[in-house]
Design a protein around this ligand. Structure first.
Ligand SMILES: [Zn+2]
Length: 127
């Protein structure tokens, strides 16, 4: 299957889904305070409500409206660049053999056991 062109992918924003279905989602699966905040941020990310600016080229007449981002760490739009950097960094670590790469979150109780030298965090400091 070929990945849809950029113009088609733009129609599949999580924000649009959240705006259209949030009341139903929250009724079926009441979110935690943190998840509620993420949903609120993602819902308004890069829309007029967040303010913005107009980018233009005086030479060719090109214009584009850019809206403010929410900056939430769970927002796929805001974290796209960080995601690309992470993928590039991970790609350098991939072994040149057939393998499966799993990424998962450890329960906080397990972290100290997995990273005892660093005090329970991978980077040696709290994030
Ligand atoms: Zn965002």
């Amino acid at each position: 299957m070929k990945w849809p062109a950029t113009s088609q992918r733009a129609r599949l924003y999580l924000a649009k889904i959240a705006r259209g279905h949030r009341p139903d989602l929250e009724q079926r699966h009441p979110p935690s305070k943190l998840k509620c905040r993420a949903l609120s941020d993602i819902t308004v990310c890069r829309i007029a409500l967040m303010g913005g600016n107009r980018n233009a080229c005086a030479a060719c007449g090109w214009e584009e409206q850019a809206y403010g981002s929410c900056g939430n760490r769970n927002c796929p739009k805001c974290q796209a660049l960080a995601q690309e950097h992470w993928i590039a960094a991970m790609a350098k670590l991939i072994l040149p053999v057939l393998h499966i790469h799993l990424v998962f979150t450890l329960p906080s109780e397990s972290r100290e056991r997995c990273f005892p030298v660093c005090g329970g965090t991978r980077r040696g400091k709290d994030r």
